[in-house]
Design a protein around this ligand. Structure first.
Ligand SMILES: NC(=O)c1ccc[n+]([C@@H]2O[C@H](COP(=O)([O-])OP(=O)(O)OC[C@H]3O[C@@H](n4cnc5c(N)ncnc54)[C@H](O)[C@@H]3O)[C@@H](O)[C@H]2O)c1
Length: 401
C-alpha cells in the first residue's frame, strides 16, 4: 500500500541533466512508495518562453497558496542560451523571480558524511548559510555609458519630493549600477535568521561591510540589532549568541572555526559563500537548500545548476555520474514539511528513511564520481546516476518503517 498525501506539493520541474534526474528520482525513489499529490509547473526554458514567463509567476503564487514547493534547477537565460534554444527573448532568473515573490531567506547547509572530510580540517559541524533572497545586485538597474558625464542617484518620493546625490563625475565611458533593498525585507530576513538560529540552537553571525557602505550595509546592521532586541532573552535562555562583524573578519572566523553556526549573508555574499561552503564540504550536490518566506511558505531546491556538461554527454548516449543527492534531499525536505503541516507521521518517517538510505549507501562505498576521489572508503568505481538511485531504492525497500 502506497502512502497518501493530503495537500498538493508544488512541484517545479526544470532543465537539462537535473530534469532528467528529477524524473528518475521520482520513478525510482518516490512513486513506488508514495501516491504523490503534486501541483506541477514546468519551468523548462522552452515552457517559460512559450508562456512569456507567466508559468514562473504562477509557480511562485502556488507556493504561497499551498505553503510548500520543491524546485528542480533551471537555466538562467543568456545570449548563448537564447541561440541554443531559439528563445524569443531573455527572461529573469526563475530563482530571482520566485525569491522576489516569496521575499524569503535561503538557508543552506552541507550534508555531512563520515567518509568525506571537509577541505577545512577544523570543521566538525555544518556551517549553515542564511542568504537574504531579495534585492541588491539581483534587482539592480545597470547602464553602460559611452563618454564623459555626471552620474547621479535620484529618488523621487510619492509626494513629489526629491533626493539627489552625485555618484561620479566620469571622465570617460564606463558602467553604472544602482541597487536597492527594503527595510521590511531586511527586517523579515533578520527575523527568519533569529528564528532559525533558535530552532536549530545555532549561534548567529551577521556580516556586511558597513565601514565602507555606511548607509546601505549600515541599515542592515541597525535592523539586525533592533530585531535582536526582541530575541535577546530567548537567545540567552538557549545558550546561543548573536554578533555582527565585518565580512572579511567573518570569512577568517569561518575558515578557522569548527562550524556549527548560522552565518547570515546579504544576497550576493550568500550566493558566493554557500558555493564555497558546499565545495569545501565535499560537493555542490551535497547541500540542502530551502527558501523560507516570512509568511511561512517553504521552497526546497538543489543549490547547484542544471549540470549542463553532463547533459550533453547524456544526449550523446552516455550515462553520466551526476550526483542526485541534493535533488533527493529537496524532495525529502518538502515531503517532511508537508507531512508536518498535514499531520502525516508515515510520510515523515518515509522522508527520514530515504535520507538515511542515501547516506548509508554512500557510506557503504556506492557513490557518484564527484564523491569518489574525496571518499576515505576509496571505492574502485563510481556509479552512474541510475545505478546509484537503484542502490538507494534497494535500501529503502528493505528498511522497516
Ligand atoms: N538553482 C538553479 O536553478 C541554478 C543554480 C545555478 C546555475 N543554474 C543554471 O545551471 C546551468 C549550468 O550552470 P553551471 O554549469 O554554472 O552550474 P552547475 O552547478 O550546473 O555546474 C557547475 C559544475 O559543478 C559540478 N556539479 C554541479 N552539480 C553537480 C552534480 N549534481 N553532480 C556532479 N557534479 C555537479 C559539475 O562539475 C559542473 O560542471 C546554467 O544555465 C545556470 O543558469 C541554475
Amino acid at each position: 500500500m502506497k502512502m497518501t498525501m493530503k495537500t498538493p506539493l508544488v512541484e517545479i520541474d526544470g532543465d537539462e541533466m537535473t530534469r532528467v534526474l528529477w524524473a528518475a528520482v521520482k520513478e525510482t525513489l518516490l512513486e513506488p512508495f508514495v501516491e504523490l499529490k503534486t501541483a506541477r509547473y514546468d519551468l523548462s526554458v522552452t515552457e517559460r518562453d512559450k508562456t512569456c514567463d507567466r508559468v514562473t509567476h504562477e509557480a511562485a503564487a502556488a507556493i504561497l497558496k499551498y505553503g510548500v514547493g520543491v524546485k528542480c534547477a533551471t537555466i538562467t537565460t543568456t545570449e548563448a542560451r537564447l541561440k541554443e534554444y531559439g528563445l524569443a527573448r531573455l527572461y529573469p532568473s526563475p530563482n530571482a523571480t520566485i525569491r522576489a515573490v516569496l521575499d524569503g531567506t535561503v538557508f543552506r547547509s552541507p550534508i555531512l558524511l563520515e567518509s568525506v572530510k571537509p577541505a577545512v580540517a577544523t570543521w566538525t559541524e555544518p556551517v549553515v548559510i542564511a542568504r537574504h533572497a531579495y534585492g541588491d545586485v539581483y534587482k539592480a538597474a545597470e547602464m553602460a555609458v559611452a563618454g564623459p558625464g555626471k552620474a547621479e542617484l535620484v529618488w523621487t518620493g510619492a509626494d513629489g519630493s526629491e533626493k539627489r546625490v552625485t555618484v561620479a563625475d566620469m571622465p570617460g565611458g564606463g558602467v553604472l549600477q544602482a541597487m536597492h533593498n527594503l527595510d521590511a525585507s531586511i527586517e523579515s530576513f533578520a527575523r527568519s535568521c533569529f528564528r532559525y538560529a533558535l530552532d536549530a540552537k545555532l549561534p548567529l553571525m551577521f556580516a556586511a561591510k558597513d565601514t565602507i557602505s555606511k548607509t546601505y550595509d549600515g541599515r542592515f546592521r541597525e535592523i539586525f540589532a533592533d530585531v535582536y532586541a526582541e530575541y535577546k532573552d530567548r537567545f540567552a535562555a538557549a545558550g546561543i549568541t548573536y554578533f555582527y562583524t565585518l565580512i572579511d573578519d567573518a570569512v577568517a572566523r569561518v575558515v578557522k572555526g569548527r562550524g556549527g553556526m548560522l552565518w547570515a549573508c546579504k544576497n550576493y555574499d550568500g550566493d558566493v559563500m554557500s558555493d564555497m561552503v558546499a565545495s569545501a564540504s565535499g560537493s555542490l550536490a551535497m547541500m540542502r537548500s530551502v527558501l523560507v518566506s516570512p509568511s511561512g511558505a517553504y521552497e526546497f531546491e538543489a543549490a547547484h545548476g542544471t549540470v549542463q556538461r553532463h547533459y550533453y554527454r547524456y544526449l550523446n548516449g552516455e550515462k553520466p555520474s551526476t550526483n542526485p543527492v541534493a535533488l533527493i534531499f529537496a524532495w525529502t525536505g518538502a515531503l517532511s514539511k508537508r507531512a508536518e503541516l498535514d499531520g502525516l507521521a508515515e510520510l515523515a518517517a518515509f522522508a527520514r528513511t530515504l535520507e538515511e538510505a542515501v547516506i548509508d549507501t554512500i557510506e557503504s562505498g556506492w557513490m557518484t564520481a564527484d564523491l569518489q576521489p574525496l571518499s576515505s572508503l576509496k571505492p574502485e568505481k563510481a556509479l552512474d546516476s541510475w545505478a546509484f538511485l537503484e542502490k538507494i531504492a534497494e535500501r529503502v525497500r528493505t528498511t522497516k518503517r
